[in-house]
Design a protein around this ligand. Structure first.
Ligand SMILES: Nc1ncnc2c1ncn2[C@@H]1O[C@H](COP(=O)(O)OP(=O)(O)OP(=O)(O)O)[C@@H](O)[C@H]1O
Ligand SMILES: O=C(O)[C@H](O)COP(=O)(O)O
Length: 394
């Protein structure tokens, strides 16, 4: 990476404003998955060990510029304290006199977590005044929030223009892994794209078609491709206005010599429910009144074989409605194949695929699970991430 990191600068005694992505899933006020907090620990330890005063900032949820009590970061401060084994102070605001007073009393190696930066309307607007107010708290800016690096907000982008600005260790690792994979992939290189909508994956499919050997399609978005092949898909998800685009992807794959794999069978049902009656059908025989909610067993086996024969696999998006056990087998088979493939470097894009790997107890068998859903997708689309662009070059 051509950006400076916390390893390249002097930190002793410095007040460091460190943007992290502690946007963790919460259920009834409790953190249901602390992966993102754990992922920030190497940076936080480095900063404290080097004698910095660590001022952490994050968003949580989408409070839209207002204080939302359930989205305060107090539970996160508590969990961070447990995980790091260190005291973590929690401020009730993210800048201003009260925060300044806490910082004035910090010793080298102390940790402070600011309040949710999205409680302020200026955050998502990338308001220069708010960016300056954040910057006024510190001597150095560190961005370790890979998951939010695709957002040009005051705490992810604006602030970087007012302070020496470097990446944290998680940011550096994410960019290294994804960057190397895409610029110099080991082959055969396979991408697995699933999820709900073609609309959300157009950019990534386009970009990957330039690079991969195999492109595997699953999930709800697959049925627009099946329709484009000329089959009936019953009540399955369809984006009518994307059929022509799907056809053009099929053509483009042929021209470029990319092997595009589409489902050959499916698990269908008449109702969207966890205990629905199911049936397995060939892809050209989806009944009119039914919807396909998972890839079928023949497709799963085919996809597993391709994974096993690949040296590098990038996976983004589930193969079916994995939240319901009856429609989880396709996603599970893909995750299991990735876990079992010992000579395959497996990269799981964040979001739902990471949640699925976690659900099946296979997360620790993957080579790299990205902490960024939208951010990893935009990176794979070949887009520049504003939170990275704003950092100082080496
Ligand atoms: N055949 C299908 N029919 C309907 N919904 C489906 C189907 N296959 C998958 N899904 C649903 O798609 C959703 C995930 O897709 P979505 O595009 O939201 O996330 P994603 O691709 O994992 O992206 P991100 O990483 O940003 O979370 C899941 O909730 C899953 O239930
Ligand atoms: O969870 C994420 O993908 C990041 O934290 C970004 O959140 P956002 O989509 O609300 O900007």
């Amino acid at each position: 990476m051509n950006k400076k990191s916390i390893r390249d600068i002097e930190l002793k005694g410095k007040r460091v404003f460190c943007r992290v992505d502690f946007n963790v899933p919460m259920q009834d006020g409790k953190i249901s998955d602390d992966t993102r907090i754990k992922a920030a620990l190497p940076t936080i330890s480095h900063l404290t060990e080097q004698g910095a005063k660590v001022i952490l900032a994050s968003h949580l949820g989408r409070p839209k510029g207002q204080v939302v009590e359930e989205l305060r970061l107090a539970p996160v401060a508590e969990r961070l304290s447990e995980l790091s084994g260190k005291d973590v102070q929690k401020a009730d605001e993210a800048y201003g006199d009260s925060v300044q007073a806490i910082i004035d009393n910090m010793e080298n190696g102390d940790i402070l977590l600011l309040e949710n930066v999205r409680f302020y309307p200026g955050e998502e607007k990338n308001d220069p005044e708010l960016a300056k107010s954040f910057a006024a708290l510190a001597d150095v800016y560190v961005n370790d929030a890979f998951g939010a690096a695709h957002r040009a907000h005051a705490s992810t982008e604006g602030i970087a223009h007012h302070l020496p600005a470097v990446s944290g260790l998680l940011m550096e690792k994410e960019l290294d892994v994804l960057g190397k994979a895409l610029s110099n992939p080991e082959r055969p290189f396979t991408a697995i794209i699933g999820g709900a909508k073609v609309k959300d994956k157009i950019g990534v499919i386009k970009n990957l078609l330039e690079n991969v050997d195999h492109l595997i399609i699953g999930g709800g978005l697959g049925y627009t491709f099946i329709k484009a092949q000329g089959h009936e898909i019953g009540e399955s998800l369809l984006e009518e206005d994307k059929i022509e685009l799907a056809k053009s992807f099929i053509e483009s794959a042929k021209e470029k010599g990319v092997k595009l794999h589409l489902p050959i069978d499916a698990v269908v049902t008449a109702e969207f429910s966890p205990d629905a009656e199911t049936e397995i059908v060939n892809i050209d025989s989806i009944p009119k009144e039914k919807m396909a909610l998972d890839i079928g067993p023949k497709t799963s086996e085919l996809y597993a074989d391709i994974i096993k024969g690949s040296k590098l696999v990038i996976w983004n998006g589930p193969m079916g409605v994995f939240e319901f056990d009856k429609f989880a087998n396709g996603t599970k088979t893909v995750a299991q194949a990735l876990a079992d493939a010992k000579d395959t470097y497996s990269i799981v894009g964040g979001g739902d695929s990471a949640a699925a790997a976690e659900k099946f107890g296979l997360a620790d068998k993957m080579s790299h699970i990205s902490t960024g859903g939208g951010a990893s997708l935009e990176f794979m689309e070949g887009k520049e991430l504003p939170g990275v662009v704003a950092l100082n070059d080496k």
